[in-house]
Write a protein that binds this ligand. Sequence first.
Ligand code: HEC
Length: 197
Amino acid sequence: VRSFRHSAGAALLSGCIAAGLARGAPASAPGHPYGPPPGHTGGFGEPTCRACHDSEEHNAPGGTLHVEGFPAEYLPGRRYTLVVTLRRQEMLRAGFQLAIRYASGDSAGRQAGALPGNEPRIEVVREPVSGVSYAHQNFPGSEATDGGAAWRLAWLAPAAAAGGPVVLHISANAANDDNSPLGDYVYSDSATSRPRR
Ligand code: HEC
């Protein structure tokens, strides 16, 4: 269904066709995962990617999702490099979405720090109503090699410790590259970090 697809609009459509040609697919091949819709990390009541990619079991055996570099304790104002790794043997295309928000108190659910989002294989979308930033793969970033995909991104920790603990939510999709939400394995996780005082 067109309105469900990850990307709409002429600019992205021409990108799709170019990408399809580059891969040897017919120019009429359906679109590609330029990026999932914001608000699908599984955190704060959000659904995961399984809102659409729901034909397989959640966190099924045979796959792994890891986030390295997210500290158990963060130093206010410091820049951290996060590396997200998704593995599943038969994975042919991959994607993820993550957000980092305050975990508790008055700020619960609000954006914590910043995702600068200037990496080539990643995009960051700031949801205008909530102000929450969502990082996700772009089309080049959806490539999987030997059943693995990895994404590197930066997180700037909040400038002050006052906001308290923050929580990272991630949902990722180990997909089969059939241009449909079927046959894809979704993995989701979360991690908490407290300010070091
Ligand atoms: C609102 C429905 C919807 C949600 C939510 C959604 N997707 Fe998708 N996704 C689709 C559809 C439809 C396709 C196939 C068409 C396309 O590629 O645009 C797709 C395709 C994909 C593909 C390529 C699949 C393949 O086998 O070719 C990846 C990778 C992907 N999505 C990642 C994600 C990730 C990661 C999330 C969660 C953060 C997510 N999607 C959430 C609807 C959704």
